[in-house]
Ligand binder design. Structure first.
Ligand code: UGA
Length: 441
């Protein structure tokens, strides 16, 4: 496993859990040391338990565990039959396109250690056309190795389950005489999920790459669609959560990913739709994806609207007001703060003179690193004490389960803004709170 971030570390642990012998390689010594001692450098439910179980020779993956070790020495990949590339593809600074330098470097340095017949398997999210280009390079540097594109669909917060029980496995393999033999190696690697019913599709490289970006674009579009409806609901005095429930009952539409609120963030959806637009432009197909610009714009507007709504509730100004922000992670069950809508809102309010205090069960260290000027408080009660307004921006159960009476006894003014539409307005209003949300009357 080359690259041991959110994707690679989870994939390494899960593959070892399924009985394979895995070596995880990363350039970051701290990360390697942490993983080696079964303490992942990020929060992902079930991951540390799985790492510890493998070290103890356990069976959490459903089979007797294989072996798992982590190293900074890339030379240790020699002897493996399958080499997964799991490095990041962040957004390029000042541009929409993806930064492929880590992918390119991983392939270039791995090539020297590949033996004839080895598979090198790309998992990183890349612009369509990357696999074909990498295969051409590989043809020169390691002609007897074979390249597969095998995109990953795991969600942070559910990464272990998603990896052990994926909906589908996509193998991007060129249609040549080696295709079946190559697919057979992947089938062996993924024998347990396949036996458990995961679907398996074999495609060419560009289709495999597009499956990933198309899936993330569809999810982002679904979220922005319901958030556009939320804008309309606000204008018309309707309730977007009831609207979502009603349209979601049509199983052609479905209720999942129709939660209106502060919108999407994280290390994937925002940068993936932008990189997709940039790539479409390079391919001369930019018109096909202009709607994604609107998807992005709707999403960004939600953050601005949230700040406006909060200011309105605070009688037109944040000056001298204590604002308790519940949530720093981009979503619950994660400590990831990349493009976190919650932190974006917190920072805007602070810039407008609010005395902002941010609390989160897991993400405060990462948040502090990214936004060092914000004030953070680990203890939820302390964060709430004396607040003039409470903003629920990431739907951790610690926050969604708050009791209006007990919370009311802590704050100075009973004002709550439900950025994720997860509270019952009537209950809060009955306890004397001013309740406001995006897309609800
Ligand atoms: C996303 C995809 O869901 C995964 O399938 C994909 O593998 C991953 O990106 C990736 O490319 O690596 P993830 O970023 O972990 O996974 O998070 P999601 O669960 O998709 O949530 C993304 C954002 O959308 C969060 O900020 C969440 O709060 C927001 N969201 C989600 C909504 O605002 N409304 C919803 O109804 C659902």
């Amino acid at each position: 496993m080359i690259g041991c971030g959110y994707l690679g570390a989870v994939h390494a642990a899960c593959m070892a859990g399924l009985g394979h012998d895995v070596v995880g390689v990363d350039v970051d010594e701290g990360k390697v040391a942490a993983l080696q001692s079964a303490a992942a450098p990020f929060y992902e439910p079930g991951l540390n338990e799985l790492l510890a179980d493998i070290q103890a020779g356990g069976t959490s993956g459903g089979a007797t565990s294989g072996s798992l070790r982590f190293t900074t020495d890339l030379g240790q990949i020699a002897g493996a039959r399958a080499h997964f590339v799991c490095v990041g593809t962040p957004q390029r600074r000042g541009e929409n396109a993806a930064d492929l330098r880590y992918v390119d470097a991983a392939f270039a340095s791995a090539a020297a250690h590949l033996a004839p017949g080895d598979l090198i398997i790309g998992k990183s999210t890349v612009p369509v056309g990357t696999a074909r280009r990498l295969a051409e390079d590989l043809h020169r540097t390691a002609p007897e190795a074979r390249l597969v594109w095998n995109p990953e669909f795991l969600r942070e917060g559910h990464a272990v389950t998603d990896t052990l029980h994926p909906d589908r496995l996509v193998y991007g393999i060129p249609d040549d005489p080696d295709r079946d033999a190559t697919a057979a190696v992947l089938d062996e690697i993924y024998a347990a999920p396949l036996a458990g019913g995961s679907a398996r599709l074999i495609t060419d490289y560009p289709t495999a790459e597009l499956v990933k970006t198309a899936a993330n674009s569809f999810l982002a579009t679904k979220i922005s669609f319901i958030n556009a409806m939320a804008e309309l609901c606000e204008a018309a005095g309707a309730d977007v959560t009831e609207l979502a429930d009603a349209i979601g009952l049509d199983d052609r539409i479905g209720r999942k990913f129709l939660n209106a609120g502060l919108g999407f963030g994280g290390g994937c959806l925002p940068k993936d739709i932008r990189a997709f637009m940039a790539r479409a432009g390079e391919l001369g197909a930019d018109q096909a994806l202009t709607f994604l610009r609107e998807v992005d714009a709707i999403n960004m507007r939600r953050r601005i609207r949230m700040v406006e709504l909060a200011r309105e509730v605070c009688d037109g100004s944040f000056l001298g007001q204590k604002i308790a922000v519940l949530g720093a992670a981009f979503k619950p069950e994660s400590d990831d703060v990349r493009d976190s809508p919650a932190l974006n809102v917190a920072a805007q309010i602070q810039l407008q003179g609010g005395n902002v205090v941010v609390t989160d069960p897991k993400a405060l260290a990462n948040a502090e690193h990214r936004f060092p000027d914000l004030q953070y408080e680990e203890d939820l009660e302390t964060a709430l004490t004396g607040a003039d307004a409470v903003l629920l921006l990431t739907e951790w159960t610690q926050f969604t389960g708050l009791d209006p009476e007990a919370t009311g006894a802590l704050v100075r003014t009973r004002r709550i803004l439900d950025g994720r539409n997860v509270l019952t307005p009537a209950t809060w209003r009955a306890a004397g709170w001013t309740y406001r949300a995006l897309g609800r009357p």
